[in-house]
Design a binder for this molecule. Structure first.
Ligand code: GRF
Length: 199
C-alpha cells in the first residue's frame, strides 16, 4: 500500500522538495501535506507549486504554550491522515506526549553523525572537535531530542580550511539523497540502515 506522508518544515524546504520529487512512480509513498510553523517559510510556495496541499500552524500564536500549539498541529495532521510524518528542517522541539502519538511513524533529518552533536550548530562543533569525517543522519523521532533509532547516515570528508558554511554546503546534498532513500525503506517497514558516502 502506498503510504501517505506529511512533511513538516520551518524554512526553505530543500529536503521537502527532494522527498516530494522522489515520491513518484513505484516509490511506496506520496506526499499528502506540507505543514509549516512559519507562515512565510519559502518551502510552502515550493510545495504549492508541486501541487501538494499546505498548512500553517504558527507557534507564535500560542505564546509559549507548547501543548496548545501541538493540539492545533495534531488537528491539522489528523485532517491530512498521514501514515508517516517527516520532519524536514522543522525547528520546533516536540514534547514526548506529542511524539508518543506518532511513535514508529515519525522521521527527522539531522545534520550530524548521530549520536554526535545533537541540537544546533553541528558543523561548527564538528570543526571545533577536529573531526575528519562529518555528515547527516535520518532517525526515528522519540521523546529525546535527536535521540531516536538511526535509520541512515551519509558521510563527508572535513578539510583543514573548512568553515561551518563549507561543511553545510557539503552535507546538504547528501541529506537530499539520504532522506528519500531511508523513507523508501521505512515506508515498506524495512528498518535496515542506509549508509551513503565514504570519507
Ligand atoms: C537541514 O540542514 C536539516 O538537516 C536541518 O535544517 C536544514 C533544513 O534545510 N534540520 P531545508 O529547509 O530542508 O532546506
Amino acid at each position: 500500500m502506498t503510504k501517505r506522508v506529511a512533511i513538516l518544515i520551518s524554512g526553505g524546504g530543500s529536503n521537502m522538495v527532494s522527498l516530494a520529487r522522489a515520491m513518484t512512480g513505484d516509490y511506496p509513498a506520496r506526499p499528502c501535506l506540507v505543514l509549516s510553523n512559519v507562515p512565510d517559510a519559502g518551502g510552502l510556495a515550493k510545495a504549492a507549486d508541486m501541487g501538494i496541499p499546505t498548512a500553517v500552524v504558527d507557534h507564535r500564536n500560542f505564546k509559549g504554550d507548547r501543548h496548545g500549539f501541538e493540539n492545533e498541529l495534531q488537528i491539522a495532521l489528523e485532517a491530512a491522515d498521514p501514515d508517516i510524518i517527516c520532519l524536514a528542517g522543522f525547528m520546533r522541539i516536540l514534547t514526548p506526549e506529542f511524539t508518543a502519538q506518532w511513535a514508529g511513524k515519525m522521521l527527522n533529518i539531522h545534520p550530524s553523525l548521530l549520536p554526535k552533536y545533537k541540537g544546533l550548530h553541528t558543523h561548527a562543533r564538528a570543526l571545533e572537535a577536529g573531526d575528519a569525517v562529518h555528515g547527516c543522519s535520518v532517525h526515528e523521532v522519540n521523546g529525546e531530542l535527536d535521540g531516536g533509532q538511526v535509520l541512515g547516515q551519509a558521510r563527508v570528508p572535513v578539510f583543514a580550511d573548512d568553515t561551518p558554511d563549507d561543511l553545510a554546503a557539503r552535507v546538504l546534498p547528501m541529506e537530499h539523497q539520504l532522506y528519500p532513500a531511508v523513507l523508501e525503506r521505512f515506508a515498506q517497514g524495512d528498518l535496515t540502515p542506509v549508509q551513503l558516502g565514504e570519507a
